[in-house]
Design a protein around this ligand. Structure first.
Ligand code: SF4
Length: 302
């Protein structure tokens, strides 16, 4: 199958309901209150130039694989950067505020830095030799949970899925930052294990390789999961969802301050920083879950 723009691994039927994505699960693990602000209150966060550049580069790499293999050249990819930025801007006009107008010289520098990341991708692999099954693939599965009315609904997007003629699966995720130090590798792999588990449960195939491509320093982090590990990981996700549902009726999502607070957009409303959270809006209605999904996609793009 050629690389599709967005392919649903499992189309949802009926009403959509809140799902657990890798980003939201990681948020809850880091700080339950941060999870609430993002997934329940849905308080908008201000995207940085770095984050938006990540979205643009992901878009370029997705479009690159829509070309016939012989046309997947660095120059073709570089030429996609400015149009990809314009597409992102058309979808989210408020991002124009990141720059001081189209003539802002910092815009030119920023676009060139996006081209440099696209160039870096070609140092990691030759896209002419890759024929993905899908790009921007939505993965979704329900995990049964003992003693709970609703199963856990897992939902995420993989940047690219390669399937060999032998049926072996490779999951690829692009990161526009640098490879994490060893201590942070587990966090980086959390997302990949999430995808591996969903693929194992939906296709009955254990992905052979999970690969994170870090463009900023041209590093690749490879990992081969085993089934027993994914079974344990499933129990971890179920425990996270159980804890979320326990807090959901009353909004008892507590702050858990740590080093990452430095990058949190919500300090002004966080009790750990002297703030007061807004009134709890209640657990999201099922049909409003689509916005959570988009939020999660944007978070995963970095
Ligand atoms: S500032 Fe820290 S403790 Fe407060 S919501 Fe953000 S991550 Fe949680």
């Amino acid at each position: 199958m050629a690389a599709d723009t967005v392919v649903a691994e499992q189309e949802t039927t009926g009403r959509r309901r809140p799902a657990l994505s890798p980003s939201r699960a990681a948020d809850f693990k880091q700080c339950p209150l941060l999870y609430r602000f993002r997934a329940v209150d849905r308080i908008p966060e201000t995207p940085s130039r770095v984050q938006v550049r990540g979205t643009v580069v992901h878009s370029v790499l997705e479009q690159l694989f829509a070309l016939p293999p012989e046309q997947r050249e660095p120059d073709a990819a570089r030429e996609m950067v400015a149009p990809a930025w314009h597409d992102v801007l058309a979808a989210s006009p408020e991002l124009a505020a990141l720059f001081d107008g189209p003539a802002d010289p910092e815009l030119g520098t920023w676009l060139e830095s996006a081209r440099a990341l696209v160039d870096a991708y070609f140092a990691l692999e030759d896209p002419r030799r890759v024929q993905p099954e899908a790009c921007e693939l939505r993965l979704e599965v329900e995990l049964p949970t003992a003693g709970m009315a609703d199963p856990v609904l897992l939902r995420g997007y993989v940047d690219r899925l390669d399937v060999a003629p032998t049926g072996e699966i490779r999951v690829i995720d692009y990161k526009t930052g640098s490879a994490p130090r060893e201590v942070f590798e587990a966090k980086a792999l959390f997302q990949m294990k999430f995808y591996a588990l969903v693929l194992l449960r939906t296709r009955g195939v254990l992905p052979r390789r999970l690969q994170l491509l870090y463009l900023a320093d041209q590093q690749s982090l490879n990992y081969s999961p085993d089934e027993a590990e994914l079974d344990r990981f499933e129990r971890t996700l179920t425990a996270i969802w159980t804890a979320i549902l326990r807090a959901a009726p009353t909004g008892d999502f507590r702050p858990s301050p740590g080093k990452l607070c430095e990058w949190c957009d919500h300090q002004e409303r966080c009790p750990s920083f002297g703030g007061t959270p807004p009134p709890y809006p209640g657990w999201p209605e099922p049909d409003s879950a689509g916005d959570l999904e988009r939020d999660a996609r944007e978070q995963d793009a970095q």
